[in-house]
Design a protein around this ligand. Structure first.
Ligand code: UGA
Length: 452
C-alpha cells in the first residue's frame, strides 16, 4: 500500500520506518530541509534503539523516502497519516495549529479517494474540525475521509512497541475507511484490533495516558506513606500488582512522570473535560502529586548536605527515562536549576541526553559534563540518580564509593536495596523506602530527614 506520513518527530518517524518495514511504500514529509536531508542520508534525527538499522534497511530497499514536498506524498498515497506535534498552550490545552497547517497544505492536493488518519495525540473532536478544514481548502467534490489510529508507543522502546502493540485502535466512520485500515495492518499483528468510531478512538488515546499518569501518582502517594511507616513501596507495589485486575506495570515510585506526552496529555485532557462541563479534579490531583516529587527528593539531598552551596554533586542521568536522548519535561531540568541556584558544583553524566542538556545549560565553572558515571562521582559530596540507565543500574558501587568525597547517594529511581547500600558504606536515600545512613559518628540513624 502507498502511505504518506506528515511529520517526522517521534511518532511520524517511527511509524514511517515501521510501515516501510512491513512492506508498504512510504513517503514521509517534513517541512524542515535539514531533517529531510539527514533522514535521507540514513541519519536518525533522534536517539531510539534500533532506529538507525530499520531506517537504513528501508531506505536501501527504496520502500522509504523523505521529502519536504507534500505533493510527493499526497498524489501517490491512499492513506495519509498526520503525525505533527500538538504542543500545549499556556492554559494547558492542546494547540492544533500544526495539524491545521498540514490539513491546509494537503487539502488542495487531494485527488481520488484518500484516507487522512490522525496518529498524533489530539483532543477528542479534532477529526470533526479537521474534516471541516479539509472541506474548506480541498477541491470541490473531492473524495476523502478522516480516521483516527492513535499510537501507543513509548520512547526508548518505540520500534518494538510499534511492531508489537498490545492493541490497535482504529476509529473510522465508514466501511471503506475501516477496511483500508485493516488492510494496512494486514496479518502482521496478532493483537486485538478495536474498531470504533473516530471520536471514541480519539478519546481512548487521551484516557490511556491519563490512566497511566494516575497509576504513577497513586503509587507515589503510597510511597509518601511508606516513608512515614518505614515500609518498602516496591514490595507494596509488587503486592498490589500481583492482582491481575491491577497489574504490575507503571507502579514504580520515584521522581514521577516526565517526557513529552504524559504531562502534556494530562493537562489537555483536563481542559477538554472542563470544556464539556466535566470536572476532572481527580486528574488535577494526579498532576499536583507529580509536581511534588522533585521537591521531595531535593529535600533529602539538602538535609544530607546541610548546605548545598559549594558542594560537588554528581548527577547520574538527565533523560526523562532511559534509552532516549529526550529531556522534555524531564525531572532533571528542575533538579539542575534548583541545585545551580543553590550554588552547587555539578558533574552531570548521561550516556545520550547530555548534548540536549548542554544546549540549555552550557558548561561553566559550576557545571561540568562527565564522560562516565565514575567521572561524575569523582570528589563528589553526593550523587543524585535521576534516570535508570543501564550504566547506572550496573554501577560498580565499590569503585563509586572509593571515588566520592562522602558516600551520599540520593536515588530518585529506587535502583538499589537500602540495606545493602548501608552495608556497602553508603548513606543512601530513596523515595518510599526506609532511608539509611552509615554509622558515623553516632551509630545508625533511621530516616534522618524525617527526624530533622
Ligand atoms: C507514554 C505512554 O506510555 C505511551 O503509551 C504513549 O504512546 C506515549 O506516552 C505517547 O503518548 O506518545 P512515554 O512518554 O514515551 O510514553 O514514556 P513512559 O514509558 O510512559 O514514561 C513516562 C514517564 O513516566 C517517565 O518519566 C517515566 O520515568 C515515568 N514512570 C513510568 C514512572 O515514574 N513510573 C512508572 O512506573 C512508569
Amino acid at each position: 500500500m502507498n502511505i504518506g506520513v506528515f511529520g517526522t518527530g517521534y511518532v511520524g518517524l517511527v511509524s514511517a520506518v515501521c510501515f516501510a518495514d512491513l512492506g508498504h511504500s512510504v513517503v514521509a514529509v517534513d517541512k524542515d530541509h535539514q531533517v529531510v536531508a539527514k533522514l535521507t542520508a540514513g541519519e536518525p534525527t533522534l536517539y531510539e534503539p534500533g532506529l538507525k538499522e530499520i531506517l537504513t534497511r528501508n531506505l536501501d530497499t527504496s520502500r522509504l523516502a523523505f521529502t519536504t514536498r507534500a505533493e510527493e506524498a499526497v498524489r501517490r498515497s491512499e492513506v495519509l497519516f498526520l503525525c505533527v506535534g500538538t504542543p500545549p498552550r499556556s492554559d494547558g490545552s492542546s494547540d492544533p495549529v500544526q495539524v491545521e497547517e498540514v490539513a491546509r497544505s494537503l487539502a488542495p492536493l487531494l485527488d481520488g479517494h484518500k484516507l487522512i488518519v490522525e496518529k498524533s495525540t489530539v483532543p477528542v473532536n479534532t477529526a470533526r474540525l479537521l474534516d471541516r478544514t479539509l472541506r474548506w481548502w480541498a477541491p470541490l467534490g473531492c473524495d476523502y475521509e478522516v480516521a483516527s489510529n492513535p499510537e501507543f508507543l513509548r520512547e526508548g522502546s518505540a520500534i518494538h512497541d510499534f511492531l508489537h502493540p498490545d492493541r490497535i485502535v482504529i476509529g473510522a466512520d465508514s466501511d471503506r475507511a475501516r477496511s483500508l485500515m485493516l488492510e494496512l495492518y494486514g496479518d502482521a499483528f496478532d493483537c486485538p484490533k478495536l474498531i470504533t468510531d473516530v471520536k471514541t478512538a480519539e478519546l481512548i488515546k487521551h484516557a490511556s495516558n491519563a490512566f497511566l499518569a494516575s497509576k504513577i501518582s497513586f503509587i507515589n502517594m503510597i510511597s509518601n506513606l511508606c516513608e512515614e511507616l518505614e515500609v518498602d513501596v516496591s514490595v507494596v507495589a509488587q503486592g498490589i500488582g500481583l492482582d491481575h485486575r491491577i497489574g504490575h506495570h507503571f507502579l514504580n515510585a520515584g521522581l514521577g512522570f516526565g517526557g513529552s506526552c504524559l504531562p502534556k496529555d494530562l493537562q489537555a485532557f483536563v481542559r477538554i473535560a472542563e470544556d464539556f462541563g466535566v470536572d476532572f479534579s481527580l486528574l488535577r490531583e494526579v498532576e499536583r502529586i507529580n509536581e511534588g516529587r522533585v521537591g521531595r527528593l531535593l529535600k533529602k539531598l539538602e538535609r544530607a548536605l546541610w548546605v548545598v552551596g559549594g558542594k560537588t554533586i554528581g548527577v547520574l542521568g538527565v533523560a526523562f527515562k532511559p534509552n532516549t536522548s529526550d529531556i522534555r519535561n524531564a525531572p532533571s531540568l528542575q533538579v539542575l536549576s534548583r541545585l545551580k541556584d543553590a550554588g552547587a558544583i555539578l558533574n552531570v553524566y548521561d550516556p545520550k541526553a547530555a548534548s540536549s542538556l548542554e544546549q540549555i545549560h552550557p558548561p561553566n565553572a559550576h557545571l561540568h559534563y562527565a564522560v562516565s558515571p565514575y567521572k561524575a562521582a569523582e570528589n563528589a559530596h553526593a550523587l543524585v540518580i535521576l534516570t535508570e540507565w543501564e550504566e547506572v543500574t550496573s554501577l560498580d558501587l565499590a569503585r563509586i564509593r572509593s571515588l566520592m568525597r562522602s558516600p551520599i547517594i540520593v536515588d530518585g529511581r529506587n535502583l538499589f536495596n537500602p540495606v545493602e547500600m548501608r552495608e556497602r558504606g553508603f548513606e543512601y536515600y530513596s523515595l518510599g523506602r526506609g532511608d539509611v545512613t552509615i554509622s558515623e559518628p553516632h551509630g545508625r540513624v533511621k530516616n534522618p530527614g524525617m527526624e530533622a
